[in-house]
Design a protein around this ligand. Structure first.
Ligand SMILES: [Zn+2]
Length: 174
C-alpha cells in the first residue's frame, strides 16, 4: 500500500512547484504541512470504504486513484489540534497555489476538498493520465538563471505582491 507525504514522490514538474509553494507559504506566515502526495489503488480503496463500509466521514468519491498518482497533494495547518479548523488558512494557501497554476479542491461545488490541490492544466485536462507538464518550476529556474538572483531572493519575491505577480506571470508563460 502506498500512502506517501514525500514531495519527491510527485511527478518532477509538480514536485518542483509544490516545493516552491510550501516555501512561499512559509514566507507568508502560513505554516503548511504536506499530508499526502502519492497513493495507490489499495490505499484509495481504504479511503473509499471510510464512511461507507468502515466508520468515519466520507472523504472521497473515487474508488481508484486519479490525480493522487503524482499530480496532487493535500495539506493541513501544521498546528497540533488545529490542522483543519481554519478556513482562512486554506483560502490564503489556495490563493498562492492557484496563482502558480494549481487547482484547489475547495472550489469544487459538489464535493469541496479544502486540503487538496492538483495540477490539471488549469482545469483543461480531460484525464489525469494525459496532463501536460507544469511549466512553473522550469520557468522559475530559468528566470533565476537569467536574472542572476539567488534562489532565496527569488522565493522572497515570489512571496510578495508585486514581485510575486511578476514572477508568476513570467513563470507561468509557455
Ligand atoms: Zn487530495
Amino acid at each position: 500500500m502506498i500512502n506517501s507525504r514525500d514531495i519527491k514522490d510527485l511527478r518532477p514538474d509538480v514536485a518542483g512547484a509544490c516545493d516552491i509553494f510550501v516555501k512561499v507559504c512559509k514566507l507568508r506566515g502560513l505554516n503548511v504541512l504536506i499530508t499526502q502526495t502519492l497513493r495507490d489503488n489499495e490505499y484509495q480503496a481504504a479511503l473509499y470504504a471510510q464512511g461507507r463500509t468502515k466508520p468515519g466521514a466520507i472523504v472521497t468519491n473515487s474508488k481508484t486513484v486519479t490525480y493522487h498518482s503524482g499530480l496532487a497533494f493535500d495539506i493541513c495547518k501544521n498546528v497540533k489540534g488545529h490542522e483543519y479548523d481554519d478556513p482562512e488558512f486554506f483560502k490564503k494557501c489556495a490563493a498562492i497555489a492557484k496563482s502558480m497554476g494549481f487547482s484547489w479542491g475547495g472550489d469544487w461545488k459538489k464535493f469541496p476538498d479544502r486540503p487538496h490541490f492538483q495540477w490539471d492544466n488549469n482545469g483543461k485536462a480531460t484525464s489525469y493520465k494525459t496532463v501536460p507538464a507544469m511549466k512553473y518550476y522550469d520557468n522559475f529556474a530559468d528566470l533565476q538563471r537569467r536574472s542572476g538572483l539567488a534562489y532565496d531572493t527569488m522565493l522572497y519575491l515570489a512571496a510578495y505582491d508585486y514581485g510575486g505577480d511578476l514572477i508568476r506571470k513570467l513563470a507561468c508563460m509557455d
